[in-house]
Structures are given as structure tokens and as C-alpha cells.
Design a protein around this ligand. Structure first.
Ligand SMILES: Nc1nc2c(ncn2[C@@H]2O[C@H](COP(=O)(O)OP(=O)(O)OP(=O)(O)O)[C@@H](O)[C@H]2O)c(=O)[nH]1
Ligand SMILES: [Mg+2]
Length: 401
């Protein structure tokens, strides 16, 4: 299963624009709330130096792309409907659609820095809304969504804990595996909130909420895309610091600019790559005055001011926040191939600290179950199941599957 990142926020902030700019997809975009109803899924890419350069081979990537020695490793993006205050009580589209994000490993929260949409996402005029409010409300709605998931099985869990002496961590982690939560997380959440683990039925609603909030923070780390930075004033952009004080990574973004630049680049009108700090006009004669003005606006109000459009930066920061490294499993450590002869075919994200055996499981359950040993293709050394992988490792897994 690939890594997934959920794009969340209130309606009309630019989630689908960000999604389209980051993935090459064509989700509907419009200046009113609830344009998106069903989730959109697409693939974003993170760039890494490809081992093909160091090994001096020509790779034939399968699950990723390689351009001139830079590997573009896929990560899935999910764009969902907008959340409104009290979605947990059924307002707006409610929060049931968040179930699409159960598997997400992290969230990118799109916040309208220009403050031009109210709490429900209705256009309200530039600077009329305080974006800080968006951060607080979204935390709450996601916490309540998790709380609902936990509450669904709470009575049964409490009974089995109290009457059968079962461990709450074990039972809860079973219910929450879809959220990527392990027993250790649950145990530390219990300690943090200071509740009695042997008597769950005595937990108050408030304690259960605090518990859910802690679970949210560890299971879905979140960063803020401070969007529409192209129209936000300097005064509005300073609010990013206030959000940073809450412990968030905040990246100024202009999803609309990124979309315009990538579309122009695709048509060959300009030279521009995601993440670049500038672009070059290639076919000036094919651009009308309005288009040139729009491009110049992006250059002066986004690229020169913030260094980039922020979209690629968000993706890269999310990967950093998740502590991910990229490893390359192969079946033949001499030729660096898979069974079809493809060279350095796949690039996989794994958590830093993952072992050779974790990688085996990531490739295939059978490979993990029948793991014998692994071989580091660089050193040709045999490595054991518990050997910790490094970023960029090329690994052969030997199994009797
Ligand atoms: N100026 C500016 N406008 C933007 C930017 N990103 C998005 N928009 C505009 O904001 C409006 C809403 O964009 P969408 O991408 O549809 O927003 P959404 O969050 O997906 O909205 P819902 O699906 O309704 O929740 C559109 O008019 C976009 O063109 C940006 O970076 N700058
Ligand atoms: Mg949308």
C-alpha cells in the first residue's frame, strides 16, 4: 500500500486547486462551497536522487519515474469535501466523508490566508475572516470524527475490559488499525490523559475527547498550506507566525499560481518545474497581453516574495514530517533488477527506522512471512531481518516463499 496524504479544510479554500496542481488531475474547481462532494484521488511525486547515477546504470522505473537521475516517488493524494463547524453534528455534508481519509498518513490543511471565505466557505470579501479560526475548528472536527470511531465500539470494549480482564490497548488497536494506530500509541494516550485503563466505562465524555485528540495528533500529523498567498496582504501573511506558535509547519502557497504555471509549462509556453523559484517564457508570441500580465503577477507576488508556489514544498514537508525514507527493493542485487528484468523498478517510502523485514512485508506479505535474509546491493553484504534501512538503500530480499 502506498503512502497517502489527505487534503482537508473548510469549503472553498482551494483544496481541489491544490490537488489538481499537485497531481495533474482535473477535479472541479469553483468559487462556492461544496464543489467537491465525492473524494478525488491522484498521485503526487516527491523527488529524490535516483541510485541509477551512483550505480551508473540506466534504470527502467515501474512504480515511479526517473528524469536525469532524479527519481519521482509517488504518494497518493485524496481531496475531500469541505468541513464546516459542527460537521460532527451533521452540519454541511457532516464528517462521514472523512472515512475516505482513514488510511491517510498525514493531512495537509488548506487555509485561506486571504480571509476571503467565511466559516462555511461562502465568499465574504478579502480579509473579512480570521484564518486562525480555521485551524482551531478543523482540529476539533477531526478529533470528533475520531471520537465517533472510538465511541462506536466503546461499550463492548469497556465490558470486555472490566469483566474479562482484556487489555484496552489490544482491543482498541484492533478497532483503530485502519487509522494506523498501534498499542503503544494507545498506551501513551492513556497515560497522557491520565485515565484508568482498567475501568473504561468510568471515563467521562471529556476524557474520551482528550484521548481522541491525542490519538489524532499522533496518527494524522498535519501541516498548514497558507493558501491564496498571491492575494493575501503582508499583514494577513504574518498570521502564519501565530499558527506556527501552535506547533504547526506553515507553508505559504498559491495553488492557483502553481496550476497556471504547470498548465503553461505543459503547453510549452514557459519552462517551469514544480518547486522552481522562477520560470522562463519560451513562446512569447503565443501569449496574449493578459496572459503575460498574469505570469508577471505570479513572478512578482508569489515566486519573488515566497521563493516558490509552495505546493511541492508542502509535499516534501509532509514527507519530512512523516519521517519517511525511500528504499529500492530488487530481486537480483548484481543487475539491480526485478523478475521482469526491470532495473531499479520500484521506489518505496518506509518509515525511518524500518528494518529489512519491514520492507519485505511492504513488498508482499509472503515475502515478509518467509523472510530469510536480505542483501545490501551497494556493499553486497548480507543483512539480517532487524537491520535498519537507510535512505536510498537498494535491497534484495531472500525468502523461501
Ligand atoms: N487567488 C487565489 N485563488 C485560489 C487559489 N486556490 C484556489 N483559489 C480559488 O478558490 C476557489 C475555490 O477553489 P477550490 O479548489 O474549488 O476549493 P475547494 O476547497 O476544493 O472547495 P470545495 O470543494 O467547495 O470545498 C476557486 O475560485 C479557486 O480558483 C489561490 O492560490 N489563489
Ligand atoms: Mg473541492
Amino acid at each position: 500500500m502506498s503512502m497517502q496524504i489527505g487534503i482537508v479544510g473548510k469549503p472553498n479554500v482551494g483544496k481541489s486547486t491544490f490537488f489538481n496542481a499537485a497531481t495533474d488531475a482535473h477535479a472541479e474547481i469553483a468559487n462556492y462551497p461544496f464543489t467537491t462532494i465525492d473524494a478525488n484521488r491522484g498521485v503526487m511525486y516527491v523527488s529524490k536522487p535516483c541510485p541509477c547515477k551512483q550505480f551508473n546504470v540506466k534504470c527502467t522505473p515501474h512504480n515511479s519515474n526517473c528524469i536525469d537521475g532524479t527519481r519521482f516517488v509517488p504518494i497518493e493524494a485524496i481531496d475531500v469535501a469541505g468541513l464546516v463547524p459542527d460537521a460532527c453534528k451533521g452540519r454541511g455534508l457532516g464528517n462521514k466523508f472523512l472515512d475516505d481519509l482513514r488510511q491517510a498518513h498525514a493531512f495537509i490543511h488548506i487555509v485561506d490566508a486571504s480571509g476571503s471565505a467565511d466559516a462555511e466557505g461562502n465568499p465574504c470579501g478579502l480579509g473579512k475572516y480570521d484564518p486562525i479560526l480555521d485551524v482551531d475548528f478543523l482540529e476539533k472536527e477531526i478529533t470528533y470524527w475520531m471520537n465517533d470511531i472510538i465511541k462506536k465500539s466503546w461499550e463492548i470494549i469497556a465490558r470486555r475490559c472490566e469483566l474479562e480482564g482484556k487489555k484496552i490497548e489490544a482491543m482498541l488497536s484492533e478497532k483503530l488499525t485502519g487509522l494506523g494506530i498501534g498499542e503503544q500509541h494507545i498506551y501513551s494516550a492513556i497515560k497522557k490523559v491520565g485515565v484508568d485503563e482498567s475501568n473504561p466505562s468510568r471515563w467521562t465524555d471529556e476524557e474520551l475527547i482528550s484521548f481522541s485528540e491525542y490519538i489524532r495528533k499522533i496518527s494524522k500529523p498535519m501541516l498548514i498550506a497558507f493558501n491564496k498567498c498571491d492575494i493575501a496582504t503582508d499583514e494577513q501573511m504574518i498570521k502564519a507566525d501565530e499558527i506556527r506558535k501552535k506547533g504547526y509547519i506553515v507553508v505559504p502557497t498559491s495553488a492557483e499560481s502553481e496550476l497556471a504555471l504547470s498548465n503553461a509549462a505543459k503547453k510549452g509556453l514557459i519552462y517551469y518545474k514544480p518547486g522552481d523559484s522562477d520560470f522562463k517564457i519560451l513562446k512569447e508570441s503565443e501569449l496574449n497581453e493578459k496572459q503575460i500580465k498574469a505570469l508577471e503577477y505570479i513572478r512578482s507576488h508569489v515566486l519573488q516574495k515566497f521563493g516558490c508556489t509552495g505546493i511541492q514544498k508542502c509535499i516534501e514537508e509532509a514527507v519530512k514530517m512523516l519521517d519517511l525514507i525511500v528504499v529500492y527493493p530488487v530481486e537480483d542485487e548484481t543487475h539491480l533488477t526485478d523478475k521482469n528484468g526491470r532495473i531499479l523498478p520500484d521506489a518505496h517510502f518506509v518509515k525511518k527506522g524500518s528494518t529489512a523485514k519491514d520492507l519485505a512485508y511492504k513488498v508482499h506479505t509472503d515475502l515478509g512471512d518467509h523472510f530469510i535474509r536480505a542483501i545490501d546491493a551497494r556493499t553486497k553484504r548480507i543483512i539480517g531481518a532487524d537491520h535498519e534501512l537507510k535512505d536510498g538503500d537498494v535491497i534484495r530480499i531472500v525468502s523461501d516463499a
